[in-house]
Design a protein. Sequence first.
Length: 137
Amino acid sequence: MSKIIRIAAALLIDPQGRTLLVRKRGTQAFMQPGGKIDAEESPAAALVRELHEELGLRIDPQQAVYLGSFSAPAANEPGFEVQAELFRVDSAEAVAPAAEIEETVWLAADEVPALPLAPLTRDLILPLYRKALNAPR
């Protein structure tokens, strides 16, 4: 049985329809911004806290639209599975890498990133994002 890391993650989308990927210091894989959910914390509260710590982004939890729970092998912790509570956040705010974030990349829906991606991002979240943006509004 693999060990579970519970996280809250943001499918952060800018006014141009691009989504933000981040890379933590000392790691290779790009992934959605977000982070571990503390014991007494709701996923939405964790998301708000992590986006502020990692990107200097202040969001209202009401802005975060819950998209579901997704699981995949953890990118940076071998033998672990990451279980992400995923939220869509539309924001025009500027972001700046902070805390453990070393690099940020905005990705358009039709772009195939030439970057190493976390399994969750590559296999589940990016396909969902592309489908959401191509779907009739």
